[in-house]
Design a protein around this ligand. Structure first.
Ligand code: NAD
Length: 463
């Protein structure tokens, strides 16, 4: 397997591991403050030419970048299997998502522009001006797509980008940085900088030449980034944690709801900000639902992530596995699925727990692992109240055959992304983001280039 090499290293090195075996994969050079500053300054110097490039040419370069990802799709997918323990099926989808998001936003340079507004005394024109250098900070759980949701619309809107991958999973982003150069994206327009959050990530916040920070990660770090950005009134998008509800009504197709619930909760080993980690079941079908859920969980295929039929691989690190396991020490476990032993990797069985109260940590905290809590509810009002009884509001599902109920409950739940009779969260054509402490701003969808632009209004007098 070819590993990308880091042009940085003054900030030391980190060894990345295969989560399925705990074996070291490669060593990555990390940037220090001086290297980060130099990369930001390079991105700043590259900005005037990139913003001035003819829209059709910028579009062509983004399409070439997308084509280069497509040509290396399998390579990227296998790199993610090795570095993040993602199942090969998911990893192919993730690399394909970067390709598709680049292609989608490659239309923006030619279509994202201002308006001419009729006013007395002259002509009034709005321009969408790029911001300058945008800093994208990425977590370890979905290293490829989350990177793409930041850099693709930012580049399309005429910004240059510096991107910091997570310490645990930098390899695919580093490779995507190489592919950008191979596709003809000019030097300095898109730079991937492996490094520590408190060094490289924090510098994106404090460096005056970085005009916007696009952060995805934990709510606590996100709050610190927002505070730091306030000093310079720096633009910021935050995509943070979640504790989403999967609400199953008695009139739902219970077989379908139970069969899909493990995927909604345990996909990516539950290390998913959109995981439906709280299942709310109407009390009249609560016992029946658990009876249906048990075989679905037990049959959820936990296996080496490179196996084509694997539905769940290992967790990303020993630390993450141990943190999640500690929630189970004092929990009421209803049943669990299978796990893998003997590989030395960071495995944990998908587990269903029954919270003892609305204050039980398994019900209130974002566990970020393959643990789902199930609780009954009485009626629509009770379901909405329980779903909303959290500081988060990112995602969620509603299973019912009643269209009116689906609509009432969807309008009642304080969450940025809801699916009816489905666990789908992210479709790049539509906006994605959180209510409450799940974030600030929206990514993806047709309006994303707006969040990487300033509107400038110019009045031309006809006197
Ligand atoms: P994290 O907050 O620890 O780290 C995220 C990124 O921020 C990493 O690249 C890290 O190096 C960097 N960072 C850490 N400290 C920093 C600092 N002081 N200044 C600047 N950057 C810093 O999160 P994580 O553990 O990598 O990821 C898991 C979290 O991400 C979960 O809470 C999950 O819900 C959230 N997440 C949210 C979404 C979403 O779209 N809402 C998507 C994926 C993950």
């Amino acid at each position: 397997m070819h590993f990308p090499s880091s042009p940085f290293g003054a900030g030391g090195t980190t060894t990345v591991h295969d989560p399925a075996t705990a074996q070291p994969l490669t060593t990555v050079g990390l940037a220090d403050l001086a290297e980060t500053d130099a990369a930001i300054e390079r991105a700043h110097r590259a900005f005037p030419a990139w913003r001035a490039i003819a829209p059709a040419e910028r579009a062509r370069l983004l399409r070439a970048f997308s084509a280069q990802i497509d040509a290396h799709l399998d390579e990227l997918a296998w790199l993610e299997v090795a570095n993040a323990g993602h199942t090969i099926g998911n990893a192919r989808w993730e690399a394909g998502n970067v390709r598709d998001v680049l292609m989608y936003y490659s239309a923006a340079p030619e279509r994202h522009f201002g308006r001419q507004i009729p006013v007395p005394g002259g002509v009034d024109i709005t321009f969408h001006e790029p911001l300058g250098v945008v800093g994208v900070i990425v977590p370890w759980n979905f290293p490829m797509p989350i990177a793409g949701w930041g850099f693709a619309p930012a580049l399309a809107a005429g910004n240059t980008v510096v991107l910091k991958p997570a310490e645990l999973t930098p390899l695919t982003a580093m490779r995507i940085g190489e592919l950008a150069l191979e596709a003809g994206i000019p030097e300095g327009v898109f730079t991937v900088i492996p490094g520590r959050g408190r060094v490289v990530g924090d510098r994106f916040v404090t460096h005056p030449l970085v005009r916007k920070v696009c952060f995805t990660g934990s709510t606590d770090v996100g709050k610190g980034i927002m505070r730091g950005c306030a000093d310079q009134v720096k633009r910021v998008t935050l995509e943070l944690g979640g504790k989403s509800a999967n609400i199953v009504f008695a009139d739902a197709d219970l077989e379908k709801a139970a069969a899909s619930a493990p995927g909604g909760a345990f996909d990516n080993a539950g290390q998913d900000c959109c995981a439906r980690s709280r299942i709310l079941v109407q009390e009249s079908v609560y016992d029946r639902f658990l009876e249906l859920l048990q075989p679905a969980v037990e049959g959820f295929r936990v296996a080496a992530p490179g196996e084509e039929t694997a539905e769940m691989g290992p967790m990303v690190s020993a630390g993450q596995r141990d943190a999640v396991a500690s929630f189970l020490d004092d929990a009421d476990i209803a049943f669990a699925g299978s796990t893998v032993t003997g590989t030395g990797g960071y495995w944990l069985a998908p587990t269903v727990v029954l919270p003892r109260s609305l204050q039980d940590p398994v019900w209130t905290q974002e566990i970020f692992g393959p643990v789902v809590a199930v609780m009954p509810f009485r009626d629509e009002a009770d379901a909405i109240a329980k779903a909303n009884d959290t500081e988060y509001g990112l995602s969620g599902s509603i299973f019912t055959r009643d269209v009116g109920r689906a609509l009432r409950v969807a309008r009642g739940v304080d969450s940025g992304n809801l699916s009816v009779n489905s666990h789908s969260s992210v479709r790049y054509w539509t906006p994605f983001g959180g209510f409450k402490q799940s974030g600030l701003g929206r990514e993806l969808g047709p309006d994303a280039p707006d969040s990487f632009s300033e509107v400038k209004n110019v009045f031309i007098s006809n006197d």
